[in-house]
Design a protein around this ligand. Structure first.
Ligand code: 5GP
Ligand code: ZN
Length: 112
């Protein structure tokens, strides 16, 4: 997708600190962090939302990469949250599926 921010980040056309990646996915810090650690994990391939996932192993591997980043960031033992906002009520604002990794403080529940 030519006009997709996260495709551009995956392709290196928009700068982001590449915290972890493999052939299929990339982790980078959220530009507006909502917690001391706030990292996004995306597939490098354009997939608009969770509705559009076909290869479900990808979603599992996104979680595995998030756990690696949590360990790297030192929050694996204190705890963290992963979530995927989907659609209007889920307040998905970027139309390229992404997993949020949040931690470094107590993550209140419900989030609001
Ligand atoms: P959503 O609400 O779609 O689940 O979350 C989108 C997230 O992407 C937001 O937390 C927002 O701060 C982040 N974001 C939007 N544009 C950029 C960008 O250009 N770079 C980075 N690193 N994060 C972005
Ligand atoms: Zn995209």
């Amino acid at each position: 997708m030519d006009d997709c921010i996260f495709c551009k980040i995956a392709q290196g056309k928009i700068p982001a600190k590449r915290l972890a990646e493999d052939a299929d996915m990339l982790a980078f810090p959220d530009v507006e962090p909502q917690a001391p650690v706030h990292v996004l994990v995306i597939p490098k391939k354009h997939v608009p939302s969770l509705h559009d996932v076909q290869d479900w192993s990808l979603v599992g591997r996104m979680h595995a990469l998030a756990l690696k980043v949590a360990r790297d960031q030192g929050i694996a033992d204190s705890g963290f949250r992963v979530l995927i906002n989907t659609g209007a009520d889920g307040v998905q604002t970027v139309g390229h599926v992404h997993l949020h990794l949040l931690g470094g403080r107590t993550m209140l529940w419900p989030p609001g």
